[in-house]
Design a protein around this ligand. Structure first.
Ligand code: BGC
Length: 787
């Protein structure tokens, strides 16, 4: 049981970047038209040169079916045969099976939602389950994958597709129809308790990764929900807060992420969020739902409310809400706000003419179209045995290995050796400290959690009494039984590996003094419904339930004595590191999933070369954030930073981050050369450059392309416009070709309500991070603006 529901009672200019030299525009501006991407190619989801003929044939078949709207026509024919009561039954949930809120038949299963089917027309039931990083259903042995923030750090769209596929395969095995995930709210406020559930701070990275994940899920005949639409940037007062944000900011930041996800991923559902946007609840916001999502982006799926985010019947239906969840039936005792609005009340509104029959038909047609298009209608899932745990664990391990970020790797004083990777034969004594590394690895909490298949690795945590008038937010962290300590011992069988739990900093430091290396584990637990008070590593005052000692003090103490100090972080958000100058290496492992301990050891010992890059800026201190404090008393969340989300803020304000967006080290060295950039038709730009692995080991590099827009547009100094992740053997070179679509270079014109590619000079940068001192640059010029 996981009672996460929570309803409060009340409720470039280049000079700004340190790498100024790299930002000097080159002289070879080009105006010629060289290349135009074929329209059909753009429509094919995630097409890749390595895709085989079957995959491409499948994609073409889907494209053809979509063009002819085969699913839409079949859905419309079904709608014509439904009674009004049957239509109403299809547009609302019937409670929450998992919480026992409602009366359910056994086939409703144990998820977050249930909509019965209509057998006389072959319409299947819809059973939904939370699926942020795996299937969040108790006692199923579903695979806990690394958190979505980790997936984002892989910058690997193929991996994102596999992640979505794996979750869908497990859902179908358990009999579920719909995956409630993934989330895509941008990390405007990195202290948000759901940062681990989302994909970081950049709209293009987040949008593309979620699109691929969605394609993966739906390829396995499971409906995918992309959530939470929109501007749902923090948990504090989330049910009542009002995000006040101007149109241009919305369109160029979070809505751009949703736009990419919706257009390329074609999710069955988009979940509207709890909060208000500019004074109107997101789930009854005509601008967001009707005008932008449906009319402008052409979204043909279902707008589904977050659980208890519906606030009205006719206003919500007319604004574009298609499905109320969970719509707890009258008579069931639940906290206020759980509906129902779309059952008898919607029937009355239709009978009274407040909501037209054609609008109700549209709601139903969308649902049936999604079921048909994704393949659920013709092949509904039924529970079919045990989950393939081996396959799940293999993917969990691969994601953890490819998403951990090596933040720092300094030379150990007095040696010519980098702190990492460790060489087992050089080690006779290792001290491992803290973070329950003897037991397991951390996971996030709330609906985005996945139960630990073998029980919580860390016992003894006591849930505090809930605040009066609210549903309890579980405060005890879940730990997966994948102990880094055991995996480290297995890597260095001849060394003495000693563990200290961190509660006695002096004892750990004294032992570290005599060891070859000290590895300190530090953790930061976060959960839905609760923001972090600070980006400092938790201590007994900021997380009294899970943290019994001061982690910063512990790291300082160990670092003051150890010859070589390595810090491994398991966090969902960035953390500050007052001890950074005193340690030799830092590895960010995020919440690394059910094989996390193994992945961490593989990375520390160099069996796997780190290749993750930060999808989110790590600031030096809380005071550097655009919103220095999160107010719990002011229900208005003012997006006063405008376009300056994430790295855009630090670049524009010339604030040095601790680690910049896009940063991540490797055990090898990549060199960029031979950059070419060309203005193409329709405002697209082609970019190419070569990446060479000049180091001694194989590795993967995420080569990033940033653009600085012409001056005078009020834009941040730079924005990510594309990237590619490449695996290179030692000495190998690869030339990477990019076609940067015009929209990624465009600005939103709030007067004409349209994208605009402006005339002028664009500086393109090929870089290994957003602040790469070795970035290559080329500029192109557009002679005229275009829409
Ligand atoms: C969360 C959603 C989740 C839903 C159903 C809500 O509290 O915000 O992300 O899908 O519950 O569990």
């Amino acid at each position: 049981m996981n009672p996460w529901y929570f309803r409060p009672a009340a409720a470039l200019a280049c000079g700004a970047i340190t790498t100024t030299a790299a930002c000097t525009p080159s002289d070879d501006a080009q105006d010629e038209v060289h290349h135009i991407e074929p329209e059909a190619t753009k429509e094919l989801p995630n097409q890749d040169a390595t895709d085989g003929p079957d995959v491409i044939a499948n994609q073409l078949a889907t494209l053809r079916a979509d063009l002819l709207d085969v699913a839409g026509r079949r859905a419309a024919a079904l709608v014509a045969q439904l009674t009004t009561d049957e239509k109403i039954a299809l547009v609302h949930g019937t409670g929450v099976p998992k919480m026992g809120w409602g009366t359910f038949p056994p086939e409703a299963l144990n998820g977050a939602g249930y909509i019965p089917g209509i057998p006389r027309l072959g319409i299947p039931q819809v059973t939904s389950a939370d699926s942020a990083c795996g299937v969040n259903i108790d006692d199923t042995r579903a695979t806990p994958l690394p958190a979505p923030i980790a997936l984002a750090a892989s910058w690997d769209t193929e991996l994102a597709q596999e992640y979505g596929e794996r979750i869908a395969i497990e859902l179908r095995t358990l009999g579920y129809t719909q995956a409630l995930g993934g989330g895509i709210n941008l990390a405007r406020e990195p202290r948000s308790g759901r940062t681990f559930e989302y994909m970081g701070e950049d709209p293009v990275l987040s949008g593309e990764m979620i699109a691929s994940r969605t394609i993966g899920t739906q390829s396995q005949k499971v409906l995918a929900t992309v959530k939470h639409y929109a501007m749902n940037g923090q948990e504090t007062n989330r049910a009542a807060s009002d995000s006040q944000v101007d149109e241009r900011t919305m369109r160029e930041t979070e809505l751009l992420a949703f736009e990419i996800a919706v257009k390329r991923g074609k999710p069955a559902s988009v979940m509207c969020s709890y909060n208000k946007v500019n004074g109107t609840y997101a789930c009854e916001n005509p601008y967001l739902l009707r005008d932008v999502l449906k009319k402008e982006w052409g979204f043909k799926g279902v707008v589904q409310s977050d659980w208890a985010a519906t606030h009205s019947t006719a206003p919500a239906a007319l604004a574009g809400l298609d499905e109320e969840q969970p719509s707890v039936p009258e008579g069931v005792t639940v906290p206020p706000g759980f509906g129902p609005f779309f059952s008898t009340a919607l029937r009355a509104a239709v009978d009274g003419g407040e909501v037209s029959m054609s609008r109700l038909n549209d709601m139903v047609q969308r649902k049936l179209r999604a079921l048909i298009r994704v393949g659920v209608f013709d092949a509904p899932p039924t529970p079919s045995g045990a989950i393939d745990e081996e396959a799940g664990q293999a993917l969990a391990l691969a994601v953890a290995q490819r998403s951990s970020v090596l933040l720092k790797n300094a030379t150990v004083p007095g040696t010519a050796q980098k702190a990492l990777p460790l060489t087992a034969t050089d080690l006779s004594s290792v001290v491992v400290v803290g973070g329950h590394a003897d037991m397991g690895v951390l996971s996030g909490g709330g609906s985005g959690a996945v139960p630990s298949p073998d029980g919580n690795a860390v016992s003894g945590c006591e849930e505090p009494a809930p605040e009066p008038g609210t549903l309890p937010i579980p405060r005890c962290a879940t730990w997966y039984k994948s102990a880094p300590l055991a995996a480290i011992r297995a890597k260095a069988p001849l060394a003495t590996v000693t563990y200290f739990d961190g509660t006695d900093a002096e004892a750990a430091a004294n032992a570290a003094e005599n060891a070859d290396v000290a590895i300190v584990f530090a953790t930061q637990w976060e959960t839905e419904a609760l923001d972090l008070p600070t980006l400092s590593l938790p201590d007994p005052t900021t997380d009294p339930v899970n943290q019994s000692y001061d982690q910063d003090v512990l790291i300082e103490a160990v670092a003051s004595k150890a010859k070589r100090t390595i810090v491994v972080l398991e966090t969902g958000s960035p953390v500050t590191m007052p001890w950074l100058d005193h340690v030799h290496a830092v590895l960010e492992a995020w919440y690394p999933g059910v094989r996390g301990g193994q992945a961490i050891a593989d990375l520390l010992f160099g069996d796997v070369n780190p290749s993750g890059k930060l999808p989110i800026t790590f600031p030096k201190r809380d005071e550097d954030l655009p919103q220095p404090t999160i107010s719990s008393s002011d229900p208005v969340v003012r997006y006063t930073e405008g376009l300056l989300i994430g790295y855009r803020w630090y670049d524009a304000k010339a604030v040095e981050p601790l680690f910049p967006f896009g940063h991540g080290l490797s055990y090898t060295t990549f060199v960029y050369s031979d950059m070419v950039a060309t203005a193409a038709l329709k405002g697209n730009v082609t970019v190419s450059f070569t990446v060479t692995n000049e180091g001694p080991v194989a590795g993967a590099e995420t080569a990033q392309v940033y653009a600085t827009l012409p001056t005078g547009l009020g834009e941040p100094p730079q924005r990510l416009v594309d990237w590619k992740k490449v695996w290179l053997a030692p000495g190998e070179s690869r030339t990477l070709d990019f076609v940067v679509p015009a929209q990624r270079l465009a600005t939103w014109d709030a007067t004409t309500h349209a994208w605009r590619v402006n005339a002028g000079r664009y500086l393109l940068m090929a870089a290994s991070s957003s602040r790469d001192p070795h970035a290559l640059t080329k500029s192109v010029r557009f002679l005229r603006a275009r829409r």
